[in-house]
Design a binder for this molecule. Structure first.
Ligand code: RAM
Length: 522
């Protein structure tokens, strides 16, 4: 379990930055979506989580049926939706002499409809599981649920009417919302239909996560995380090109640093802008990285000038963790995310991320003619040399991490991306990784993205495509309408949270195939 909770969390609010973010608040586009079908969720041991949906009737037949106590119906909206549900209900029979009680269960995946939420035992709050009980005094009625939901399936269960009346669901619809403008996308037609499909699903994933900010997942955690933002922004530059939304998110992070200047790993935007008391070594550094990518996508020099001090501060604070050998200190109590891989030592991948972001920092310093450039270059050289001296195991031909000298996928992948070796050496390393397959592997699409990008920068295009087809292609075969937060093809029930019910099935950090396909012209 990984929960960070800080006492005496001091935030220094920069009202100018917060106002700037406010002016960039996006407009939400709305679309009314109706369910496509009435379905049943059936048990099937051969499908993911053991549950599949089966067509029963077109959704247009919904209003032909009367429902009484204990009856239920499952609606399939045909694709993933993020929005507000409304239901029109009328009574049939005698005048309603008791309130109507209806329970809604709302799910992105069939498993969420099939398995009772009461049985959930994960360590994240069960309040994320999407359900609602409504009690209606006066019928007929039209109810709009106040919460925004993320779903494909909705189960309506009549808990009670009275012996004297039944009800009809005359209409159910969803007001779907996104700040992405689908018309802004240049459609591409690929020869390879699998890649084409992956591109489309990535774009849908990204669009459904684009709300008031770039959310990590519209079901959970519904907030702005830096690590997710960095990847969403990259996918966005290749597709929606909503640069202002990236800019808004950068200003939000820069608006609430702590008293040392460190930016939080995630922020809440309601009831007002609040920095979460969670700090991750890699995520803070990715502020600089996201600013780098934003600047080169937008040429917005003014924003770069304003946010450079915040970006540089993240590097400066990260450098404080180096020991006398220029290697990041490892300890049991530090927080760097990297991946949800069980038992992963974070030292070497974090060192690589430091190198990766310092290089981007140097590029920014050059653009600005900033005095920090020399210092960054000087430190970088030492840190890179130290990585080769102390973290590279000549005998194993792998980078090792921590006192246990762990060989992980994450260390090799991030060192390739950090570019401390030549292209040929990187190519050798990444191929060695794929053939040797060290035990400490990859747990998330987030880390998989980095594997694929490491292959692409090493000019291993065919292998990159093959990995994407196994991984994101595997999700598609397992029924993904949008790409998932977690996916382990060898253990499809995997969840770092103790239950796959709480996993998010439309998740920002999984939206990058469109970036990889378009940027590297796959
Ligand atoms: C989970 C979410 C989020 C991610 C953090 C580190 O809570 O999946 O997207 O950035 O972990």
């Amino acid at each position: 379990m990984s929960i960070q909770k800080l006492e005496n969390h001091v935030i220094i609010r920069n009202e100018g930055f917060i106002e700037q973010a406010e002016t960039l608040k996006p407009q939400l586009h709305e679309t009314i979506v109706e369910p496509k079908a009435i379905v049943e969720i059936k048990s099937d041991k051969d499908v993911i989580h053991g549950w599949k949906s089966e067509f029963v009737a077109p959704a247009s037949t919904l209003a032909e049926t009367e429902y009484g106590k204990g009856d239920s119906v499952i609606l399939d909206f045909g694709n993933h939706q993020v929005g507000y549900l409304s239901i029109k209900i009328r009574p049939e029979g005698s005048p309603p002499d008791a309130p109507l009680k209806v329970k809604l269960t709302i799910g992105e995946m069939p498993v969420e409809i099939a398995e009772p939420f009461e049985n959930y035992t994960g360590w994240l709050s069960s309040s994320w599981l999407q359900e609602e009980t409504i009690i209606v005094d006066v019928l007929p009625t039209e109810i709009t649920l106040p919460r925004r939901y993320s779903f494909r399936y909705v189960k309506l269960e009549v808990i009670d009417t009275s012996p004297k009346y039944r009800i009809v669901f005359e209409k159910v619809e969803c007001r779907a919302v996104t700040s992405a403008n689908i018309n802004d996308i240049q459609t591409i037609s690929r020869q390879d239909k699998e890649l084409q499909k992956m591109d489309e699903i990535s774009i849908k994933t990204l669009a459904d996560c684009m709300q008031d900010v770039f959310e990590d997942g519209p079901k959970r955690d519904r907030r702005l995380w830096l690590g997710d933002l960095r990847l969403q922004a990259l996918a966005n530059y290749e597709t929606f090109k909503n640069n202002d939304l990236v800019k808004r998110c950068l200003y939000l992070f820069a608006g609430v640093p702590d008293d040392k200047g460190k930016v939080a790993a995630n922020v809440f935007v309601a009831p007002k802008l609040i920095a979460d008391d969670t700090y991750l070594f890699d995520y803070s550094l990715f502020f600089a990285s996201t600013l780098h990518d934003y600047y080169f996508a937008s040429s917005d020099l003014k924003t770069l000038q304003e946010l450079w001090p915040t970006a540089y501060k993240q590097v400066e604070l990260a450098l404080e963790r180096l020991d006398k050998n220029h290697i990041l200190k490892d300890s049991a109590d530090w927080w760097s995310f990297i991946d949800w891989q069980e038992g992963l030592n974070k030292q070497t991948p974090s060192q690589a991320i430091l190198i990766y972001t310092m290089k981007q920092g140097i590029r920014l310093a050059q653009e600005l003619n900033a005095p920090q450039q020399n210092l960054l270059e000087d430190r970088l050289e030492k840190i890179e040399t130290a990585a080769k001296t102390f973290l590279w195991d000549e005998q194993q031909q792998f980078f090792i991490s921590g006192a246990e000298r762990q060989v992980s996928w994450a260390s090799q992948i991030w060192m390739v991306l950090a570019g401390i070796f030549s292209r040929e050496e990187n190519q050798k390393l990444i191929n060695h990784l794929l053939t040797d397959k060290p035990e400490v592997g990859i747990a998330t699409p987030y880390m998989y993205h980095h594997l694929v990008e490491a292959l692409l920068v090493s000019e291993e295009k065919e292998q990159a495509i093959a990995e994407m087809k196994t991984y994101w292609g595997g999700m598609i075969q397992d029924g993904a309408d949008t790409f998932w937060e977690l996916y382990d093809p060898n253990n499809k029930d995997f969840s770092p949270y103790g239950s796959h019910l709480i996993n998010s099935y439309c998740h920002a950090w999984s939206c990058t195939p469109t970036y990889l396909i378009r940027k590297y012209d796959l």
